[in-house]
Write a protein that binds this ligand. Sequence first.
Ligand code: MG
Length: 391
Amino acid sequence: MHVTAIIAAGGRGARFGGAVPKQLVALGGQPILQRSVEAFVMHPRITDIVVALPSELAAEVPVYLKSRHKSIEIVEGGERRQDSVARAFARVPSSADIVIIHDAARPFVSGALIERTIDAALAHGAAIAALAATDTVKRADDRRVVVDTLPRGDIFLAQTPQAFRTSVLRDALASTVAATESTDESALVERSGHKVHIVDGDPRNLKITTADDIAIAEGLARGLGEKTSVELPTLRIGNGYDLHRLVTGRRLVLGGVVIPFDKGLAGHSDADAVCHAVTDAVLGAAGAGDIGRHFPDTDPAWKDADSIALLARAAKIVALAGYTVINVDVVVIAERPKLAPHADAMRANVARALGIAPGQVSVKGKTNEGVGSVGAGESIAVHAVALIART
Ligand code: MG
């Protein structure tokens, strides 16, 4: 049985406001998007996952969407929700029997709810999670005058997940009804003539729509026995190291500064060992891998890249993982040339790439007292540490 999950995270959260996209707001120290995707990564019935992200997130995919357990495909979301889902559906393997769609804005979906939605879709072709209305439901006119009281027993409030046999969803997305805007996939399936069954939703399967919902969601995260962001350590440290050989015929670039010298560092790109060590330090602090994973030297895209630009990209990766850089401390070990005259220019470049102030960056020079290859002037080594904090 092949079940593909589509996580719809394409929206820009117009009702939410705030500087950080809604999907990236942390609950109990974990971004909403990460929680929603992980529920499906961890679920034994799910084979693979397609995530629709807004373009700015699709360009710099957060590291937690690179699962080693299951394939996670990323697609750029479209204008409307159904466009995002249609783009994601185009990536669903042809072998998929069931497609289960979930809103990234519902981070508390339980394994049991995923399970019963899949089972109902297998039995009936289409199934959604929904809650029976407990409030009395009124219909009002445009002046907010009540015109009708609806029989509550017939009213269900739709949630996600919504699961469909692949052929049923394909029909619905291809039919002309898909031209009209709809706020969930079930509406498309209903209008294309298929019967959609309801399974019991979960009141804790909250949809985070407004900033007020965050406070409720934090309470829920606590109620589910999780640690909150207050209890989790907010600071993390990372360490980076790099060494390059000194050779003739190359420019010496350190911290983005071209330093006059009769030799330069050998290596891929500009071989800027300061940027490489700082890149590894900030990535390491965020638990986001290392420079070789994000910018492999086998990839022609990075062949002549400025290392300062790679550092700026690493800073984005760290920001997307939910962290901000507090400070960076660098030690450059070189027998020659003298680095002190260039330290401030290096600090300014590294700070700019990280989006922090020069005062948050320190660059110190040292010799190796004539010992080893560094001492013999054959190489330059760099150590860096970075401190980051959860945003
Ligand atoms: Mg290097």
